[in-house]
Design a protein around this ligand. Sequence first.
Ligand code: ATP
Length: 202
Amino acid sequence: MRFDRLKLNGFKSFVDPTDLVIREGLTGVVGPNGCGKSNLLEALRWIMGENRPTAMRGSGMEDVIFAGTSRRSARGHAEVTLTIDNRDRLAPAGFNEDDHIDIVRRITRDAGSAYKINGKEVRARDVQMLFADASTGAHSPALVRQGQISELINAKPQNRRRILEEAAGISGLYQRRHEAELKLNGAEGNLTRVDDTLEQLA
Ligand code: ATP
């Protein structure tokens, strides 16, 4: 499973539709200061379900929408599409039938984000789980921000452990455990209510 193509439309400085083919091997992005190199990395984080505006260097998630310049007006929505090459069939079950997986995230002003996987509307969680099961995601240590290395050197051991867990591919399991615990608590609450009702009837 590898990233094949990244399409941006109205995302940050990429106001016009931009289509980037990611070839096998090492890809370098070069350009003058402020040309949008970090915005590309942020587009990858965003499509993988990032929901913290600070991680996108913004104060609200709508800040990812092209804000306009003196020559061009602001856009009403932003869209990023990531195509994954899945010919090795390493995508998690449920998404593993196709050679290519298209993931789309679109944000519209005042209407929030919507996600699609291969044309089908899905929840943010489905996209996050797809990447978590493939040992990557918006918080993947493979995406290194400016200044992150020095943060890591000074990090607490618990935070460093998260990176090892991500590399071991178990972060998706943590999310599932958390959801299972919530269901269990709900079921225990229901059982208590059943006991109360039975006592009243007895
Ligand atoms: P450097 O080499 O200095 O780190 P860079 O190539 O990584 O720069 P970015 O930080 O990705 O550049 O891009 C910054 C540019 O993106 C700025 O010109 C900024 O005005 C523009 N930008 C960010 N968000 C938006 C937005 N919502 N609308 C329009 N332009 C935006």
